[in-house]
Design a protein around this ligand. Structure first.
Ligand code: SAH
Length: 248
């Protein structure tokens, strides 16, 4: 059980698998006014940077669930490295339907809302683990500018324009689901560059080390096409943010 191998290759060197930077992750942790001992659940926790740094900086305790064996191992190593292995744990597995045994003060899913079948379903899933007064965190793309055509949307690796909303519409949609938006931290284009451009050096080095791999031609083609595709599409049209929600 794992994610498609291509992601374990292209994102093997990432600590954060999203356009949010370490600085903005720290800003988000401070913005939420986390208290020591607060429980955090993170579905699609990737390499664990959010839980590990918040455990170090704010004394939170928590659990991450992720389908990538590689990222989960990296998360456990990061927890050891930051001296927080006693406060955070990482489960390798499918987070679909995952509800924590004990209620949490923060229930998060950053950049993996397919886990609950979309934003609304993921909010409903996270709500099942949330204590009264707790905060749900959703990390999700939105259109910085509406793509002028479906072709441009597909160039952003969206299925269609309808896959994402503009920022005002996304914020309003949370209200429509019965939630107050109580905080947000938005990524910017520099953050997108850290997420996307970091894949290129990883791909180049992986190709040099694995020339005969069955995915070598796919990775070679991606390294060829991705910089221009990214600059023309994702970087211009797609925004990304983390939205903090509390039920009304
Ligand atoms: N939240 C992390 C990772 C975001 S990338 C961060 O911000 O760094 C999306 C993550 O979802 C990847 O780590 C991927 O392995 C994980 N994932 C994909 N499908 C999943 C599933 N069904 N259950 C749990 N994790 C999943």
């Amino acid at each position: 059980m794992d994610i498609p191998r291509i992601f374990n290759i292209t994102e093997s060197a990432h600590r954060i698998h999203n356009p949010i930077t370490p600085e903005k992750l720290a800003t988000l942790g401070a913005a939420l006014r986390l208290e020591a001992g607060e429980r955090v659940l993170d579905l699609g926790s990737g390499s664990g940077e959010m839980l590990c740094t918040w455990a170090r900086d704010h004394g939170v305790v928590g659990t991450g669930v992720d389908l990538s064996r590689l990222f989960t191992e990296q998360a456990r190593r990061r927890a050891e490295e930051l001296g927080v292995a006693g406060r955070v744990s990482f489960i390798h597995g499918d987070a679909a339907g995952h509800v924590s045994d004990e209620k949490v003060g923060v229930a998060a899913c950053l950049g993996a809302t397919w886990i609950g079948g979309g934003v609304a379903g993921t909010i409903a899933l996270l709500a099942r683990s949330l204590r009264s007064g707790g905060i749900i965190l959703i990390g999700e793309p939105y259109w910085r500018q509406l793509p002028p055509s479906e072709e441009v949307a597909r160039g952003c690796l969206a299925g269609s324009i309808a896959d994402f909303l503009t920022l005002p519409d996304l914020l309003a949609s949370f209200g429509g689901l019965g939630y107050d938006v109580v905080e947000m931290v938005l990524a910017d284009q520099d953050g997108w560059d850290r997420y996307e451009a970091a894949k290129w050096l990883t791909m180049r080095r992986w190709l040099e080390a694995n020339p005969g791999d069955e995915l070598a031609s796919e990775v070679r083609a991606l390294l060829h096409s991705e910089p221009a595709r990214y600059a023309a599409h994702t970087r211009e049209y797609l925004g990304w943010g983390v939205f903090a929600l509390m039920p009304r």
